[in-house]
Write a protein that binds this ligand. Structure first.
Ligand code: 9N3
Length: 306
């Protein structure tokens, strides 16, 4: 018995050095390991928040050129327009086949089950309605690198590779390893933009942030220990103001933000489909609630930023 247990343990260790389809862990064991890894990261994040004493803020160099003269500009403009128009569609439109997989209060999360080379790449569409914050504020905290360590629990390291312009940055991020999966990294451009509100020309503008994977010669994909993630993410935020009756000044009680978060993430490497779907089902609602609570907390004593 002793020997058998030891051998089993030994082989498990060897196999788990790298993730792969020949992993001896059953899917439920794989999931349990990932879940406890993510829980630990969240606990550490909470501890850091309580101990916070002036974190180092990455300094973004001044923009060197306007975004529209950058080599990536045609792609950025095309992808941003496309993502915004897709995100604007309701889940019932376009014969879409979105299935509801999570719901909590005002938040609803939909997915379409899709695989690519055996990997889960399910498109996600989440809609949330949050009182007390504006779309500009939500996008500000999502886009700006100095806040990212505050709300991105799985982040290990982030650098701005290039400042294309004030509203366009290129990032390299490494994420914490979620045992037994391999560590991941990602290179993406990120662009934020104010859009005119055609529905209500007197209402606040719509804001968006689009993140899209790109290449960078200094960080080739799958060259080191990290598996490269490929992603497209669109955050679209519409703000509604209910003017107070007695002509009183607008307060945070009078504003509501409708947030649409769309993402397609190819995690690269290998992981059981059932595990990925179970992890996403648990983690995406947590992420969206956590991030919006962060924005509420950051802005509660600040003037409203439209
Ligand atoms: C997850 C990364 C990991 C796990 C991300 C990374 C992730 C999500 C969004 C980046 O849009 S972003 O670029 C916003 C800025 O950071 C972005 C999501 C979960 C929790 C949803 C699964 C860690 C890396 C990873 C992924 C898959 N490790 C193993 C498998």
């Amino acid at each position: 018995m002793m020997i058998r247990g030891y051998i089993k343990h030994f082989f498990k260790k060897i196999h788990m050095q790298n993730e792969g389809p020949h992993s001896v862990l059953a899917d439920d064991e794989f999931y349990d390991a990932v879940e406890s890894g993510l829980d630990k990261m969240e606990e550490e994040q909470e501890l850091r928040e309580r101990l916070k004493c002036g974190q180092a803020i990455p300094i973004t160099p001044p923009p060197t050129s306007p975004a529209n003269s950058h080599r990536l500009w045609p792609e950025i403009d095309r992808v941003v327009k496309q993502e915004v128009s897709m995100a604007s569609l309701g889940v019932g439109e376009c014969g879409s086949g979105w299935q509801l997989f999570a719901e909590d209060g005002e938040m609803r999360m939909f997915r379409r089950e899709e695989e690519m080379d055996g990997m889960v790449v399910d498109p996600l569409k989440a809609v949330h309605v949050v009182k007390g914050i504006t779309g500009h504020e939500v996008c500000h905290y999502f886009f700006n690198p100095q806040y990212r360590y505050d709300w991105e629990t799985t982040l290990e390291h982030m650098i701005v590779l290039e400042t294309v312009s004030e509203d366009t940055l290129i990032f390299h991020q490494t994420h914490k390893r979620i045992w037994p999966a391999s560590q991941r990294d990602v290179v993406f451009w990120s662009h934020t933009r104010r859009l005119p509100n055609d529905q209500d020309r007197d209402g606040p503008d719509i804001w968006t942030v689009v993140n899209n994977s790109t290449e960078h010669p200094d960080h080739p994909a799958n060259a080191g220990k990290c598996v490269r993630i490929f992603l497209t993410v669109c955050l679209l935020c519409q703000t509604r103001v209910d003017p107070p009756k007695d002509g009183a000044p607008v307060s945070r009680d009078d504003i509501t933000c409708k947030i649409t978060y769309c993402s397609v993430v190819n995690p690269g490497g290998w992981a059981p489909a059932s595990v990925l779907r179970a992890v996403y089902k648990r983690e995406y609602p947590k992420f969206l609630k956590r991030f919006t609570a962060y924005v509420k907390n950051q802005t509660k004593d600040k003037p409203i930023m439209y």
